[in-house]
Design a protein around this ligand. Structure first.
Ligand code: GLY
Ligand code: MN
Ligand code: MN
Length: 440
């Protein structure tokens, strides 16, 4: 839910972290798909975090303590009102309404950006910018700084420090406030409903893309504008391709279906994977592998608590997975030797999670001073162990082409953690009960 006061507080926090200097934070450019068709527009996450402003061609400028007026300033540059364009493309706030609605100290047409920035940068000691995010912006900002340098003989200096503003913003974004968590709960609820819909709709003979359509239908029906990432709907052997997005194969009786799909709501992502039998009943080999992955996930979730380090859930999942692989005959040797030799990596080659937030792989450092980061309340992450078994002579044939991942979204609380995506069934019994209860 849009609340301008929250974005204003974030701007003030960033200004305090900068202490001095000027920040220039553009939103994302529009992107042409082909011909006159554009990709659906998605604002830049940093820009939106600080503004709540959805329109393209907008730039936020923050001037910390030592601005010309001596007081901090938050300035928006945005498109002007334009009745002709608004007839074709829809409403534009324009600077005046944007200033009022979003609570900026000032707002100007984006066409004035270069001239105004040349003024605003003068005598600022430091420049904060998402360095390297967009080459076009790097070049433009450096060219403007050069314009300020040309004023040296008038006694005006250009910023002689350039910082990546993301270093400050990543840390802010890493800890979610209660509004952000409320939004993430909504994204999680819609996404879990979509997984339930997909399970109910799955039968032998249906196409992967038909199930993808069920997911997308539920996202849009519930008001989510888009998936948070391209859905993976992978039947049978396709589940062993980690980033499979073809979604165009027929679903076969006796295969599993792995779905990694979730929506974005008000700029925040969910990220859920469920794996279930196409015909509604796990066979013995599928169930054996599934129970190992589910137990690994339970062990990882039990390790998500304040004070634990980032690697602890991953290490907990690895121990259970490796032990399970030994039990299934996929790996040979003792648990310690399989962990030491990384023999499990043939079947589990990714890590057990990532930060989650405005970006599905969200920002924030995983290590600090070369140590895995300590988890704190308000951090949100995924827990997503898996097991992917490709055919091979030394692998029992019953397990060939089984690909399983179970992924939930978790927020760290004062006591431990809350699983935001619990409502999507994941025990064998719950999945089989749901799939055998009815169809759509
Ligand atoms: N859906 C992307 C991931 O699980 O990381
Ligand atoms: Mn994930
Ligand atoms: Mn995922």
């Amino acid at each position: 839910m849009f609340n301008p006061a929250i974005h204003k507080q974030r701007r003030t926090r960033l200004i305090n972290l900068m202490r001095r200097g000027i920040a220039v934070i553009p939103t994302a450019p529009e992107a042409v798909r082909n011909g006159d068709a554009h990709y659906p527009y998605r604002y830049d996450s940093y820009f939106h975090y600080l503004t709540g402003f959805d329109e393209p061609e907008a730039v936020l400028v923050l001037v910390a303590g030592q601005g010309a007026s001596g007081s901090p300033q938050a300035i928006l540059f945005c498109r002007e009102k334009n009745m002709e364009r608004e007839i074709w493309d829809g409403y534009r706030h324009g600077p005046d309404a944007a200033k009022e609605t979003f609570g900026f100290d000032a707002a100007f047409p984006v066409a004035q950006l270069d001239d105004q920035l040349t003024e605003l940068m003068g005598n600022q000691p430091a420049l904060f910018h998402p360095l390297g995010a967009h080459a076009v912006w790097d070049d433009r900002i450096l060219a403007l700084r050069a314009r300020v340098q040309e004023k040296a003989r008038s006694g005006i200096t250009a910023p002689n420090e350039i910082h990546d503003v993301r270093m400050l913003l990543d840390e802010m974004r890493l800890i979610k406030d209660s509004e952000e968590l409320a939004t993430m709960r909504r994204a999680a609820a819609i996404s879990t409903a979509a997984h339930i819909r997909a399970m109910r709709a799955t039968h032998p003979g249906r196409m992967e893309y038909e199930i993808e359509a069920e997911l997308l239908h539920e996202f849009r029906r519930c008001g989510a504008p888009a998936p948070a990432y391209t859905p993976i709907v992978a039947g049978g052997a396709n589940a062993c391709v980690l980033h499979y997005i073809g979604n165009n194969a027929v679903l076969k009786d006796g295969d599993l279906l792995l779905i990694d799909a979730a929506c974005e709501v008000d700029g925040y992502a969910a990220d859920i994977t469920r794996t279930f039998p196409v015909n509604g009943k796990f066979n013995a080999a599928q169930k054996d592998v599934y129970e190992v992955v589910l137990a690994a996930q339970a062990a990882a979730i039990a390790a998500v608590r304040p004070g634990a380090r980032w690697n602890e859930p991953h290490d907990a999942a690895l121990r259970v997975l490796a032990q399970g692989m030994i039990g299934l005959g996929l790996c040979r040797g003792s648990l310690d030797s399989v962990l030491e030799s990384e023999g499990y990596k043939r079947f589990y080659m990714h890590r057990t999670g990532h930060w989650l937030g405005m970006d599905v792989h969200d920002v924030g450092a995983y290590k600090q001073d070369d140590n895995w980061r300590v988890l704190q309340p308000g951090m949100t992450l995924t827990v997503e162990p898996g097991c992917y078994i490709r055919p091979a002579d030394d692998v029992p044939q019953a397990f060939w082409n089984i690909g399983i991942r179970i992924e939930d979204d978790v927020v760290i609380t004062a006591e431990g953690c809350e699983v935001l995506t619990e409502a999507a069934p994941k025990t064998v019994a719950a999945i089989e009960a749901l799939m055998n209860r009815g169809s759509c």
